[in-house]
Write a protein that binds this ligand. Structure first.
Ligand code: 13P
Length: 248
């Protein structure tokens, strides 16, 4: 596998038949061959995806995880060790849609991060400012506050995803200069405050498409892409993977 990491976040999309068709076309696509790539389907379809992806290079991720680490009476929850059991490698934590619709607190996110690492999985911790926070100029402080939750990890391996909320699903992409500025800031903050290493992977997410992937992934500060809508279309996703493969 070569190049930067691309993770497809399916969000709340998919059905058995559509997933089968999409995953089979991904497995056949030359654009995805050799790419460092993962998909994160809804919980209900992780088992299906794991079976289809067995023996392939495409890795599996989950979109969320319970803050409770141990098995028990937590109706509706899915634990990190269950995600490991079905073959996940990555787990999204703190996606802006979880923060917004489910009011996930920093304390909960800290527990989720710890549970993911304890299960031997890699958290993909999402940060990013709203449009109002961007326009007020306070976006660095917002991102720094979100990153402070990572101190619970004591330097354990983690991927960070910068997803400006105003660029998610809106078709609005942050400019290459805006992305580079925040990515450099995140890397510097992680290095200084959270025992991060120079090799820390910071993904960009927010309307990444076939036509902007080259420019975004060419940035040295960008370690890969977290892709929503375009990950549901094999041609678009393949072109993003192709852009990622060209990078080191
Ligand atoms: P879109 O690519 O659809 O903007 O979604 C980005 C995202 O939220 C990925 O987690």
């Amino acid at each position: 596998m070569s190049g930067k990491l691309v993770i497809g976040n399916w969000k709340m999309n998919g059905r058995l038949a559509a997933n089968l068709a999409l995953i089979e076309s991904m497995l056949e696509s030359p654009a995805l061959q050799q790419a460092r790539v993962a998909i994160a389907p809804p919980f209900a379809y992780l088992g299906q995806a794991a079976t289809l992806l067995a023996d392939s290079h495409i890795m599996l991720g989950a979109q969320d995880v319970s803050a409770f680490a141990a098995d028990g009476a937590y109706t509706g929850e899915v634990s990190a060790s269950m995600l490991a059991d079905v073959g996940c490698r990555y787990v999204l934590v703190g996606h802006s849609e979880r923060r917004q619709y489910f009011r996930e607190s920093d304390a909960q996110l800290g527990q989720k991060l710890q549970a993911v690492v304890a299960a031997g999985l890699i958290p993909v911790y999402c940060v990013g400012e709203t449009l109002a926070e961007r326009e007020s100029g306070a976006y660095r402080e917002v991102v720094a506050a979100q990153l402070s939750v990572l101190s619970v990890l004591n330097g354990a391996e983690c991927v960070v995803a910068y997803e400006p909320v105003w660029a998610i699903g809106t078709g609005k992409v942050a400019s290459v200069a805006q992305i580079d500025e925040v990515h450099q800031y995140i890397r510097a903050t992680l290095l200084q405050c959270h025992g991060g290493s120079d090799s820390i992977c910071v993904l960009y997410g927010g309307s990444v498409k076939a036509d902007n992937a080259d420019a975004i992934l060419a940035l040295e500060s960008v370690g890969g892409a977290l892709v929503g809508g375009a990950s549901l279309d094999v041609n678009s996703f393949g072109q993003i993977c192709q852009a990622a493969k060209k990078t080191v």
